[in-house]
Design a protein around this ligand. Sequence first.
Ligand code: IMP
Length: 431
Amino acid sequence: MPTLVIVGAQWGDEAKGKLVDALGDEADVVVRYSGGNNAGHTVIVGDEEFRFHLLPAGILHEHVTAILGSGMVVCPKGLLEELDRTRAARPNLGTLRISAGAHVVFPWHRMLDRLEEEARGENKIGTTSRGIGPAYQDKVARFGIRMGEFVHPDLMPKRLREVLDVKNRLLALMSDGAESLDFDEVYHEYRTYADRLRPFVGDTEIVVQDAVARGDRVLFEGAQGALLDLDSGTYPYVTSSHPVAGGACLGTGIGPRDIHSVLGVCKAYATRVGTGPFPTELDNELGDELRRVGKEYGTTTGRGRRCGWLDLVALRQSCRLNSLSGLVVTRLDVLSGFDPLQVCVAYRRGAETIRHLPTNTWEIGELAPVYETVPGWPEDLTGARKFEDLPETARAYLWMIEEYTETPVAILSIGPDREQTIVLRPDLIWG
Ligand code: IMP
């Protein structure tokens, strides 16, 4: 059963896109299972750079069926722009399918995202302003418009009118009467999107189930990171979906026993965008330097990412949360020249030593990281092609990650290109 979930093991932006692209080449089906265009997956092929927000990165391979699963929320305009842009650069893309159960993101979702953030004041989450939270709110309230209805010529205007009436009342309330949407305008714009998307929408769950039953290679592409998970992340500073590996079951139509392998992608250091606790954050010159060297700016929003040392406590928690088969350590090359390095191996609260992220988010803010100081390496790692090419101190850094998290490092990435990848445990990929 060659099925593989690729999940972000930290707070997102772990460079999953490159891995999905590389392994997508070996897959028959690639399915994205959560989130929307809050995600940003960058793939570099030769001189070309592709930025995906909604399309599964695996779509770059012509033989792949690329699916947007029912766990996703999809902005039709964003998806079509992305599709047009990608097709212009690569006419022979894989086959696109969209689950009839995926929810549609409308303009009122984006407006409410902004108004809700304004209302939160100092406690704002720092969302990507893409309407993701409000779209998932509608889904949970059983009020959302799903792709199947959206592309149905008769059902769409009916549902749109019903929902827009309510949303206009809400918008008026939240904006003191300043904001509203006109039915005709929204309908005419969105009807053209629906017409274009109709051929792609259908029952993708059966496509995934049949592929699994046949023994095809199916790759489940995670977005964001496990520590941003709605249930398991640092609530309320989380996204509104389930980026954890379990989300691959919720958002595509398979069960847990259908998952064979789970790879968790983590940076060799840590970053976070938006608000929320980040115990190892370097709010100083060193953090600025990491941001500069690592070019840590968001693919979706362009915001500078908060940077810090590797947090092995949070990472071990993520390994357990996702039942990881192996880790994919990315951006090890960025740490060249940072010497010494610090790695968080526990937290301290008064006299107490803690080895997990507490469930109460405010308690995380009370923790002081306990660091182990380890030697760095001055060498440039970007030319390494096998484990033995790495300096001894870089190898020791990886061994430390394995030992503390009790999870093997399966793959190593030392640059954005496909060739800058070292596979250490091929047996952990497809099995
Ligand atoms: P939302 O998903 O736009 O509602 O944002 C909620 C939180 O998740 C914010 O802190 C965002 O910065 C964060 N977030 C959402 N998507 C990503 C991502 O792809 N990478 C990193 N952080 C993200």
